[in-house]
Design a protein around this ligand. Structure first.
Ligand SMILES: [Zn+2]
Length: 390
């Protein structure tokens, strides 16, 4: 009996140890955000700058206000190509703020070789909490209610820490990138130091260290989007990869909003090019001999479409339409399609991929007095909130 309890305590201690070492429980993680790529001359300015060459660790201090230029055309890239992209220079300021381009960043600016080994990339290495407080202004709006911003803070922090861990694991296997996340719609859109507002700082501080874990205790990618149109999607419905813990939920507040609806028309010629692409060129291009060309009756909840061309049927994910035509032609993945007089008609609602937390829904819920935890649990019902660093 005693032996069993001892074993249980030991197992608990070991898992706690694993948890703290994986997540770095007592310090604030730093994230590396790629803020620019393929630059030939990198220009950084600021007060009391310190420039460090990574190769020999030599540091030079520039007293007062200075601009440092780094010419990436003079680098012997052949020397580095085998190793993959590497860090070349790091610049920080005694004041804590460094200017790159038109914007000020807190933390460090790292200059690295770019993926094409012809130029440089610029990375901002920053404390994750500063990153979150400036990101909120870009991903949502710094004037939104704090509870909506807090929900966004937790979702964005979870996504960011997932990306940091991905690089840590890749590093162990020797194929890590030099950054965790891209400042783009592909990952999440980060801000700059002065984008943070009182509300975004409150939202970041009020949820400091908190992330969403699945009920099994795993950290996964937490996605979010502008508005779902009335029902969220799961990752497999949109990108065909299954992510643990996702479920599609109703979003009634979003459904009521007429502002988000759209009608788009696609000519049969363009639809045929889409079919060739989507069926990986197995589709035989349209010819006069084709007798039957039908799009099966569609429903909002269908994630797949059926297109009959003579005796063949093509069953394709509807989300491929948005991927092919782009987000300006097809704003969301929440739509129905029909073929009318040779024109494909797309009637839909919402904006964005539709997976995970709906920002418009979160805003309405916060206005109705809901707290950030209840907003998060609505969109991620199979997850639990957990503070992973202090
Ligand atoms: Zn919604």
């Amino acid at each position: 009996m005693l032996r069993t309890s001892f074993k249980l305590i030991l197992a608990a201690l070991l898992s706690l140890y694993a948890f703290t070492t994986v997540y770095g429980a007592t310090f604030t993680p730093k994230i590396r955000v790629r803020i620019a790529k393929n630059i030939s001359v990198v220009s950084i300015s600021g007060m009391d700058l310190n420039r460090k060459f990574i190769s020999d660790q030599s540091v030079k201090h520039y007293a007062g206000r200075k601009r440092i230029k780094f010419n990436c055309q003079n680098i012997d890239y052949k020397k580095y190509q085998k190793k993959g992209a590497i860090r070349l220079v790091s610049v920080n300021s005694d004041t804590g703020l460094v200017t790159f381009g038109e914007e000020k960043y807190s933390g460090k600016i790292l200059i690295t070789t770019s993926d094409d080994f012809k130029s440089c990339d610029v990375i901002n290495e920053v404390d994750i909490e500063s990153y979150i407080s400036s990101l909120l202004a870009k991903e949502m709006n710094g004037t939104w209610p704090v509870e909506a911003l807090k929900a966004q803070a937790v979702a964005a922090r979870t996504y960011a820490i997932y990306k940091i861990r991905q690089r840590q694991f890749a590093k162990k296997r020797g194929r890590a990138k030099v950054y965790d996340i891209e400042n783009s719609e592909k990952h999440q859109v980060g801000g700059h130091f002065f984008d943070a507002t009182v509300n975004t700082l409150d939202a970041a501080r009020g949820t400091r260290g908190q992330v969403l874990l699945t009920k099994a205790g795993n950290l996964t990618e937490t996605f979010f989007h502008a508005s779902c149109g009335g029902q969220t999607k799961t990752p497999d419905q949109v990108w065909s990869n299954i992510v643990e813990g996702y479920t599609s939920v109703k979003c009634p507040r979003c459904k009521k909003s007429d502002k988000q609806s759209y009608i788009k028309k696609i000519t049969r010629k363009r639809f045929v090019s889409f079919l060739s692409w989507a069926s990986k060129n197995k589709f035989i291009p349209f010819s006069k001999n084709i007798q039957r060309f039908v799009v099966a009756p569609d429903r909002l909840k269908n994630s797949k479409m059926r297109v009959y061309v003579d005796s063949k049927v093509y069953i394709l994910e509807k989300s491929l339409l948005r991927r092919y035509f782009g987000r300006f032609v097809i704003p969301s993945n929440h739509f129905v399609i029909s073929l009318e007089d040779d024109i494909l008609v797309v009637i839909g609602k919402g904006h964005g991929h539709g997976v995970g937390m709906c920002q418009l829904g979160a805003l309405q819920m916060a206005r109705d007095g809901r707290t950030y935890n209840s907003i998060l649990y609505h969109y991620f019902p199979n997850h639990v909130l957990k503070k992973i660093f202090k």
